[in-house]
Design a protein around this ligand. Structure first.
Ligand code: SRM
Ligand code: SF4
Length: 533
């Protein structure tokens, strides 16, 4: 190493250093070797960090049992793919399970390093990839879960999301152009009216908007007015982190669908080449926008794009309340329906996964959709098959009409598998919600989101009631606790909630939630409700 290079690397943080020494994607060629030497003999940086470039996460909580994070563009997975995922976790018995994530994605648990070559081979045969799904890469790209099914959609996001993923990952092979970003990066596209992807919490988001001056480049739907052209207003810089949370801000730019992939590339190139790399807590895109100002950022993006961007359309088309898609809904295709199943906190066993795949094959067209609320949609069920479908035993476990609190419950992984966690989340969330539902009568869903630490993977800031794991004190002792967030609004006019109470011990939480539900969400104690009726 020359003296100059040594000085530069000395000033880099540890993540930038190890990335400079060896690109994360390099581990792709070493999987056979890792499988044969085993996890204990591996270089620690390869094991704990670089493996995330192929979607494999070392879990310090369960050493030797890895997590695999997939990529599911637009949250779409076929029955054949779901079966492969089920086979992978099935072999690990009680250690094997899967989670649907808050980015419309699937994570597998219990994975042994010695099985990776075979697992990757299986993925390849059904067109699945887990590449670049962790660390300083672009995360799963989210799109409308009912894209192509919803009669009211303005644009079907599926193809665009796939094209962006293909560009970023070189069609799943891995793309060194984008494997060393300053930090993680989130992209979302919505073509519906209800912002079903939480556009506002992504580093880069595209929301539907008609423009007077856009160039027409695709076939209009009945919702397109003749004088205006469909495209997207662009939002940038949304993110959550332990130190700072920001909603995305308008870039004051509009783009036609044909230019969306190029804009993603341009924004990522600017972020890659100019994003701040000194402090990991200040590396997300918004920090660069702060430093440069929006105008300079926009003009750098235009330079990379090779043409000016049109100013944003005066208004976007997000004018519906957010839907959760649970239940039975008519599709735009005559005589077909999509059915949303509620998956409690997104957790699936191998058996569940086989069963979901079977239902998709037998009643639908073999397609399965995932939502950012960690649920499943099975589309393309003919009217004539609906009654039989609804009588399937799996729907007793995964209801199409869950109770109002259960219905909207979201939870991050928490202490069971995540070493950042300050508290256990998923099981606790289910237990408390069940107790509250036994005690209270609710007339509408209340969105309660749990997250095990300030990293906010469970998005407490978008919830009606958000619960963020923290260390609390009770009787002089440190105990598991939560900070409570309220006021998160999703759908039209989405905005983030704020912290309203700090450090509530988890063991005292149920009565606190009970009071909040009664005071703010019209809940009534069941006894009282009985008397009033
Ligand atoms: Fe996350 C890190 C799980 C969505 C913000 N997140 C982690 C890690 C990888 C930490 C670790 O190595 O243990 C967690 C893995 C635990 C495990 O074993 O499952 C983890 N994040 C998750 C998932 C699985 C939560 C869930 O239960 O659904 C979600 C996976 C999404 C996916 O499919 O890719 C998940 N994470 C999010 C979101 C929500 C979103 O994207 O809408 C956020 C906030 C939005 C954002 O990123 O701006 C989020 N995760 C973080 C952060 C804080 C980022 C930051 O800038 O500081 C970390 C920590 C980090 O990156 O340093 C993190
Ligand atoms: Fe882990 Fe914290 Fe993310 Fe939950 S919020 S998955 S505890 S990093």
């Amino acid at each position: 190493m020359t003296e100059a290079v040594t000085t530069v690397t000395a000033s880099l943080n540890k993540f930038e250093k190890f990335k400079a020494e060896k690109d994360g994607l390099a581990v792709k060629a070493e999987i056979e070797k890792f499988a044969s030497i085993g996890w204990e003999a591996m270089d620690e940086t390869d094991r704990d960090h670089r493996l995330k470039w192929v979607g494999v996460f070392f879990r310090p909580v369960t050493p030797g049992k890895f997590m695999m994070r997939m990529r599911m563009p637009n949250g779409i997975v076929t029955a054949a793919q779901m079966r492969v995922l089920a086979e992978v976790v099935q072999r690990y018995g009680d250690d094997g399970s899967a989670d649907i994530t808050t980015r419309q994605n699937i994570q597998l648990r219990g994975i042994r390093i010695e099985d990776l070559p075979e697992i990757f081979h299986k993925f390849h045969t059904v067109g699945l990839t887990s590449v670049q799904s962790g660390m300083d890469n672009v995360r799963n790209i989210t799109g409308d879960p009912v894209a192509g099914l919803d009669a009211n959609e303005l644009f079907d996001t599926r193809e665009l999301v796939q094209q962006i993923q293909d560009m970023l990952t070189n069609k799943g092979q891995g793309n060194p152009e984008f494997s060393n970003l300053p930090r993680k990066f989130n992209i979302a596209i919505t073509g519906g009216r209800d912002n079903s992807v939480h556009a506002e919490i992504n580093d880069l988001a595209f929301v539907p908007a008609f423009h007077e001056d856009g160039e027409k480049d695709f076939t209009p739907t009945p919702y397109h007015s003749s004088s205006k052209v469909f495209g997207f207003n662009i939002l940038v810089g949304g993110f959550f982190s332990a130190k700072r949370c920001e909603a995305a801000i308008p870039l004051d730019a509009w783009v036609s669908p044909a230019d969306v992939v190029a804009v993603c590339r341009a924004v990522l190139e600017v972020f890659r080449d100019h994003g701040l790399r000194a402090n990991r807590q200040k590396s997300r895109l918004m920090w660069l926008i702060d430093q440069w100002g929006l105008e300079k950022f926009r003009s750098e993006v235009e330079q990379r794009l090779g043409k000016p961007l049109l100013p944003a359309a005066p208004k976007d088309e997000i004018d519906w309340e957010k839907r959760d898609h649970i239940g039975v809904y008519k599709q735009k295709q005559p005589e077909l329906n999509y059915v949303g199943l509620h998956i409690p906190v997104g957790r699936l066993t191998a058996e569940d996964m086989f069963d979901i795949a079977r239902l998709a094959d037998v009643y639908g067209n073999g397609e399965i959709r995932l939502t950012v609320e960690q649920n499943v949609i099975i589309p393309n069920i003919p009217d004539s098959r609906l009654v039989l479908f609804l009588a399937e035993p799996l729907l007793e476990k995964f209801s199409i009409d869950p109770q109002p609190l259960t219905r909207s419950l979201v939870s991050c992984t928490g202490a069971q598998f995540c070493n950042f966690a300050l508290i256990e989340t998923k099981n606790r969330a289910l237990k408390i919600i069940k107790a509250l539902e036994e005690d209270l009568e609710l007339t509408r869903p209340v969105r309660i989101h749990w997250t095990g630490c300030p990293n906010s993977c469970g998005q407490p800031q978008v919830a009606d009631i958000g619960l963020m794991g923290t260390k609390a004190r009770k009787n002089g002792k440190a105990v598991e606790g939560v900070d409570i967030y309220m006021g998160g609004k999703v759908g039209k006019e989405a905005h983030l909630g704020t912290c309203v109470q700090k450090g509530i011990p988890c063991e005292d939480l149920q009565p606190v939630l009970r009071d909040l539900l009664i005071q703010h969400f019209g809940a009534k104690p069941r006894q009282e409700a009985l008397v009033t009726h």
